[in-house]
Design a protein around this ligand. Structure first.
Ligand SMILES: C[S@@+](CC[C@H](N)C(=O)[O-])C[C@H]1O[C@@H](n2cnc3c(N)ncnc32)[C@H](O)[C@@H]1O
Length: 257
């Protein structure tokens, strides 16, 4: 028997994977992060399925409950928002389950970073502009390793996605500016991407804090910064090699001029 850690996706019920949805339908027990997982996903669970909200549980309490049920031969799943591998706090659960001899399997999900990029109609990697996306958070009560301070990471001037940072925008902006970013650099905040009350704020890093405050965004938001978010990007001629007529690759021979 094993415990499945399933990415529930960013919110919209139809953004979970087919595999994740099937496992929900077969589950005897579901643990889910009630602050962020869409409860509509649970409508497809069996009527007999035991469902537990985890927001108020502590780690050991949750693990003891999972272990007891797996040992009773039940199908146990743990639903996490977005993709479980990013800020999912899954490894601490997996480690304790493994110590109890319980196997786990992770089912990926659509992370909020990609749901937010989609909401913005953005590509996060633009040829000749940036080829890197950094997924990180601003430092708050949770410390960030010295080499991963935003002021260090931002020196790359690539696209940066900030999770868990909606209350830390002032600090984040200061670090971006310290790293040499211009106040005019495009920035966006997406609140509850793919939920019915989704909000999108497009701005610059100089205005980010004020704009988020103005729109009442202080939680459940993805912040994306960098020139890939430029609203005028369509007017610029960034081109990939993939579709360059002169570029030869495994599936196409380039034409000579
Ligand atoms: C604990 S982390 C979990 C991230 C999740 N594993 C993922 O892949 O999206 C929670 C943070 O993810 C972001 N987040 C999660 N769902 C979101 C959504 N629907 N829209 C915007 N941001 C979201 C916010 O930054 C929030 O503070």
């Amino acid at each position: 028997m094993k415990v499945y850690f399933i990415g529930a996706g960013p919110g919209a019920k139809d953004l979970i994977t087919v595999r994740g949805h099937q496992l929900i339908q077969e589950a005897d027990v579901i643990f889910y992060a009630d602050s962020l997982v869409n409860e509509q996903l649970l409508e497809d669970a069996k009527p007999s399925c035991e469902i537990f909200k985890t927001a108020r549980m502590h780690l050991q309490e949750m693990i003891d409950m999972m272990v007891a049920r797996v040992k009773e031969g039940k199908n146990v799943i743990r639903l996490h928002t977005g993709d479980p591998s990013v800020f999912g706090a899954i490894m601490e659960q997996i480690s304790l389950l493994k110590r109890e001899g319980i196997e786990v399997e992770i089912v990926p999900g659509v992370s909020s970073v990609f749901a937010s990029a989609a909401a913005l109609g953005a590509e996060l990697t633009i040829p000749d502009l940036t080829q890197t996306v950094i997924l990180t958070r601003a430092e708050g009560r949770t410390p960030v390793p010295q080499l991963e301070k935003l002021s260090e990471l931002a020196k790359h001037h690539c696209t940066i996605a900030l999770f868990l940072s909606a209350t830390l925008t002032k600090k984040a902006v200061k670090e971006l500016l310290n790293a040499g970013w211009d106040e005019q650099t495009p920035a966006a905040a997406v609140y509850k991407a793919t939920w019915p009350d989704e909000k999108i704020v497009r701005t610059t890093i100089g205005q980010l804090d004020e704009e988020m405050k103005k729109h009442g965004i202080r939680k459940q938001a993805m912040i994306l910064v960098g020139w890939a978010l430029d609203e005028q990007i369509h007017e610029k001629d960034y081109r990939s090699k993939l579709y360059d007529p002169q570029f030869t690759h495994g599936f196409r021979k380039g034409v000579m001029r």
